[in-house]
Design a protein around this ligand. Structure first.
Ligand SMILES: O=C(O)C(=O)C[C@H](O)C(=O)CO
Ligand code: ZN
Length: 274
């Protein structure tokens, strides 16, 4: 059985009254990637579920989560699995998919139970779906690469898109990860919001004592959440999601909501940030 928890959605007026601990209770997700466990967080923002599976030698099966109210986890949901560990296997619908580090498996609605095995550290994302699309292994060479930023502004990076209409069809899940050029540490600066889609970030590939200062909140009411390696953060649709790290890192971004248009963002003029 997965270890589960629920995070409720709150409005920006409430969010700005929260202290550090309360902000973390609502938005920060720690303690993922525990050996021998599937851990899942059910967010009420667009009902995105995020979590982890670390088989560590023994196979782990995800078939049911009471919070979805369905007989089977994927009955009315789609899923993406990103492997941030060594090579591992994800078995679904009678097929074994071997995922190397940095590869993504999309699993369509109705595919049934999902079994994780091998040396993988699997990051799980799932959103409600309305139709099934084929389960697809997406290799790094299949993904779409978008170069962004510049060395001078410490935000030179490549956005690698895996669940994107040009790469792999999905109902509402969009996901990929962003890697930095040497010396660049700023993600998504200038900042943006997209009130019609929520987002979740997983920060990984960080040295143990490194931290990312993740920025959140309405542009006129920003807050920060200090993030360590392999920790996730839920970004409400009304919030900026940006940050800077004390060293290099990679982050997986994932979105669910009203459209699958990655470029649909409302950029925040620098002068509006507070
Ligand atoms: O580096 C970036 O910029 C991103 O990766 C942006 C996120 O993907 C995002 O916020 C998309 O809406
Ligand atoms: Zn965004």
């Amino acid at each position: 059985m997965p270890v589960t928890q629920t995070r409720y959605a709150i409005d920006p007026a409430t969010a700005k009254t929260l202290d550090t601990g309360q902000l973390r209770d609502h938005f920060h997700v720690g303690g993922l990637f525990a050996a021998g466990q599937i851990k899942l967080v059910y967010s009420h923002y667009d009902r995105l579920i995020l979590g982890s599976a670390v088989p560590a030698g023994a196979a782990l099966t995800l078939d049911h989560m009471a919070e979805t109210g369905t007989a089977n986890f994927l009955e009315r949901r789609e899923m993406a699995v990103l492997n941030i560990g060594e090579t591992g296997t994800v078995s679904v619908d009678g097929a074994d998919h071997s995922l190397d580090n940095g590869e993504v498996l999309y699993i369509g609605m109705g595919a049934g139970a999902v079994t994780f095995s091998g040396a993988g550290r699997f990051y799980i994302l799932s959103a409600p779906a309305h139709q099934t699309y084929p389960t697809t292994l997406i290799k790094l060479s299949d993904a779409r690469r978008v170069e962004m930023g510049a060395k001078e502004t410490a935000n030179e990076r490549v956005i690698i898109q895996f669940l994107h209409p040009d790469v792999c069809q999905s109902c509402q899940l969009l996901m990929g990860y962003t890697q930095f050029a040497e010396g660049s540490v700023w993600n998504t600066m200038p900042a943006h919001v997209h009130d019609r889609r929520m987002e979740a970030y997983l920060y990984f590939g960080m040295p143990e004592d490194s931290r990312v200062f993740h920025l959140m909140g309405e542009p006129s009411e920003t807050r920060h959440i200090v993030m360590a390696n392999e920790e996730a953060v839920i970004s409400p649709p009304w919030s900026i999601h940006s940050g800077a790290g004390t060293s290099s890192y990679t982050f997986c971004w994932a979105m669910a909501g009203d459209n699958v248009d990655f470029t649909d963002m409302d950029m925040v003029p620098m002068g509006d940030l507070r």
